[in-house]
Design a protein around this ligand. Structure first.
Ligand code: PHE
Length: 454
């Protein structure tokens, strides 16, 4: 994934795996279930899937095609196509810089739990107050955060290339199997879990609000690593004979599939443990860390399954964090003419400051909030609900009216490939996506400033 001497993926599998490695991460396992739980269960799921196959599909095709057409990283790609849009590339670059630090803070939580299970502390971690007490500590969460970001930085410094790809191929299927085992265990072995499955799968219109769409859209960008230049970068490594449509579908199905299963693993469990109390679903970011240890503790062999599970999650999180850091580093290299190691160290420095602040946001600085939000929530919100929609909007307008959809379609159809979803793509990019994103942006800003509680 070097940007100076642009390497290319060996084939379709290489591209799909690298993109899927970036896409599948904490977003699927940690973020999706808590959002689905909070924003309407089945209604959220339905909204998400509809957005993924229309909006997500079109945006991903556009980004990959821009990358492949120009063979450049995001800022240069926009600049090469139309100078007036260079700022979109810059905006795209800021987003991973905001996400990486708090992503790594959560990565640190994952390491803590992994170590906990390996050292046989399942029952301590199953305690309701464990998670809150842990993140409320001043030093330990910072230490695990440092370990996580340290591993990420070392991998990026060494160059990502083959290793990550190979390990992904091996770890990802295991992760899926483990999630399935845990979900089936909960549903069949625990009282009340079936109600949770119904809440999760059956759309109930009374649970719908505009925030369901806002949250689903933000999650879609996040989960598919869209609207921040990552797919442009990956597209630039893709060979011409590979089908953009085919690979996009595969990534989409894989990413959504893992998110769906993660929800199936967590939401019914919350129902089972709370005796069907829906308010237990509003717990937010801590959901995965509070609910899963309880299941593991109740499960025969839970120590081992818990340890294996958190190892896999750690891995999924690392591959995503690596793609985040790699993107920022390649931009620093290209734009500031830095060498790889100094660029890595600079990115690491920025991430340390923001990441440590994020950790302290739950302990020493917990009284410090920005518009009522803790730092982690604030970084998450500002990147997902504000900056990513702006980037996506600019990309859609750019592709729809400046570059024109035809250019993307031609790129997707070169060398005998086909883009069956041409019409869908054109209509989405030109009309539906821009209108939709503007509406979403307005509602999220109103919600953000507390002007309207949606
Ligand atoms: N898509 C990743 C996830 O679901 C997170 C991520 C976002 C990774 C943006 C890279 C870029 O966890």
């Amino acid at each position: 994934m070097e940007s100076q001497n642009r390497s290319s993926f060996t084939g379709k599998l290489g591209f799909v795996l690298a993109a899927a490695g970036s896409a599948v991460g904490l977003g699927n396992i940690w973020r999706f279930p808590y959002l689905a739980a909070k924003y309407g269960g089945g209604m959220f799921l339905l909204t998400y899937i509809i957005l993924a196959v229309t909006f997500g599909f079109s945006l991903m095709v556009a980004e990959v095609a821009i990358g492949r057409k120009t063979g450049k990283s995001p800022i240069d790609a926009f600049q090469a196509l139309d100078r007036r849009f260079t700022w979109v590339g810059w905006l795209a670059a800021i987003i991973p810089t905001i996400i990486l630090p708090y992503y790594s803070a959560i990565g640190g939580w994952v390491i803590k739990y992994m170590v906990g299970f390996i050292t046989g502390q399942a029952s301590t971690m199953a305690n309701d107050s464990f998670f809150g007490d842990y993140i409320g500590m001043t030093v330990e969460p910072i230490v695990w955060f440092l370990v996580f970001i340290g591993i990420t930085a070392v991998v990026v410094m060494c160059g990502v290339e083959k290793g990550v790809e190979k390990v992904s191929k091996f770890m990802m299927p295991i992760l899926v199997v483990l999630i399935l085992i845990i979900a089936l265990y909960t549903i069949f072995a625990m009282d009340g879990a079936v109600d949770g499955v119904i809440y999760y799968i059956k759309p109930d219109f009374s649970h719908f609000s505009i925030m369901t769409v806002v949250a689903a859209m933000g999650q879609l960008f996040y989960s598919m690593s869209l609207a921040m230049g990552i797919m442009i970068t990956f597209g630039s490594y893709m060979k011409k004979e590979i089908s953009i449509e085919g690979s996009t579908h595969q990534i989409e199905i894989f990413d959504t599939g893992v998110a769906f299963l993660a929800g199936l693993m967590i939401i019914p469990a919350v129902f089972a443990f709370s005796g069907g109390d829906e308010s237990a679903l509003g717990k937010g970011p801590g959901l995965m860390f509070i609910t899963l240890p309880k299941i593991f503790d109740a499960m025969p062999g839970g120590d081992i399954i818990g340890a294996a599970f958190f190892i896999m999650v750690l891995f999924a999180a690392l591959t995503s964090a690596i793609s985040l850091m790699e993107t920022i580093v390649s931009i620093f290299q290209d734009k500031l003419n830095m060498k790889r190691i100094p660029a890595c160290l600079t990115v690491l420095g920025i991430s340390l400051v923001l990441g440590i602040a994020t950790c302290l946001g739950y302990s020493a600085w917990s009284s410090f909030t920005i518009i009522g939000m803790q730092l982690l929530d604030f970084f998450d919100f500002i990147s997902n609900n504000i900056l990513m929609p702006i980037t996506a909007l600019a990309t859609a307008i750019f592709v729809g009216y400046v570059l024109k959809p035809k250019a993307i379609i031609e790129e997707a159809e070169c060398e005998g490939n086909r883009l069956k979803g041409k019409k869908l793509f054109t209509v989405m990019i030109k009309y539906i996506a821009p209108i939709f994103i503007v509406l979403i942006l307005i509602s999220s800003i109103l919600d953000f400033f507390g002007i309207v509680k949606i």
